[in-house]
Design a protein around this ligand. Sequence first.
Ligand code: SAM
Ligand code: SF4
Length: 429
Amino acid sequence: MNVYDSSRIADMLKQNGYIETIKQEEADIVLFNTCHIREKAAEKLFSDLGRAHLIQLERAEQGKTTIIGVAGCVVQAEDEQIVKRSPFVDFGPLMYHTIPAILQRIKQNRKQNAEIHTDFPADSKFDYLPENKAQGACSYLAIQEGCNNFCTYCVVPYTRGVEYSRPIADVLTEARRLVDTGTLEINLLGQNVNSYHGEDENGKERDLAYLLHRIAEIDGLKRIRYTTSYPADMTDDLIACHKDIDILMPYLHLPIQSGSDKILKAMNRRHNSSDYLNIIEKLYKANPNIGMSSDFIVGFPGETDADFQQTLDVVNKVQYIQAFSFKYSRRPGTPAAVMENQIEEKVKKERLEILQTLLFSYQDKFNQSCIGKTMPVLLEQKGRHKGQLIGRTPYMQNLHVETKSDNINKIINVAVTAATTNSLSGKEA
Ligand code: SAM
Ligand code: SF4
């Protein structure tokens, strides 16, 4: 979502006459887009800001002004802190459409005072953003934002606000434009993308299954994905899409977080481990080739060795082809941050290592099982070696192949010849 937001901010600035540079010394405006989900991401911002401030001072000695801005969830969550620690212009994730106007005002006044914009506006920012064009052969399209679930560890409901779904017509217009400008694969985004409930052209509320069918009708679109899904919102209609829509990729990221029902309850998740495993069984019935991915949190308050073992049990049952796992991070203002029985850092670290070793073993097993198969690969970028391109398989694996450079942004068939835990390589078939 942050990659999408950053590209939309860049689109707006380009429309206002700015050009992008990767050298901070050249930049009249430096914007940081931030994540608050775990403590580490938030901390990184303050060291990056320190460096940007030094460059701002050096440029000032040459008579150049530098505007520094911070956007995203850190601003929303730590508004008082951030003004104290970063006296710049700061925007919450729902306010970034106002960036060009505010920059314009600052430039006219030739002065930057600390200011902060963290409202939850009544109108959606999407109504104010410029037209979204292809970000490459794969493009993100945000269809839903915010969350009403209030998992006890998570900042999202506080930083991104309540759930909002964009109307069907807006999503379809944007999807068509992405395809017309070169996109072959669209990844629909939302914090809880499968709780999507946008209004259709007749004012009727429609769900993600309906939207997927409509998007699949777009001529020229070759692949659809959606992320991130909440288990309790996996309806039968949505599961059926994995059978009925051939351009829906056979890969689903469906976070369980923990295999222990006691911990899931303390996390305020609306599913237990058997609900989750039942959904996966239905998905496999709909499409036996589907590959599963998940998020896991280890060391949530009160997690015992037995609870953690239940997480490992789920991993052994599902045999994920990819997964993301994190140590529980105490986020200020969330209910879990003040729970008793916080888990020692050392234990969290040990559990994460055990979990990741197991997850990587299944990822590796899946990648090895691809050797000898031919897979369609969407080539997205140049590789490190001459004549090499890198693309993605239907299962989101990175694949390296030697092929002509004008195959970039195309889908070609590749016979897989080698695999590591993190990537595949092969020959054009
Ligand atoms: N909505 C999705 C769901 O419910 O599964 C997840 C979206 S959340 C933005 C991304 C992931 O960050 C979560 O699945 C969770 O594993 C992780 N996460 C969120 N808060 C966390 C915390 N306090 N500590 C560690 N990981 C956290
Ligand atoms: Fe956060 Fe996902 Fe829970 Fe919402 S459902 S509070 S985004 S983890």
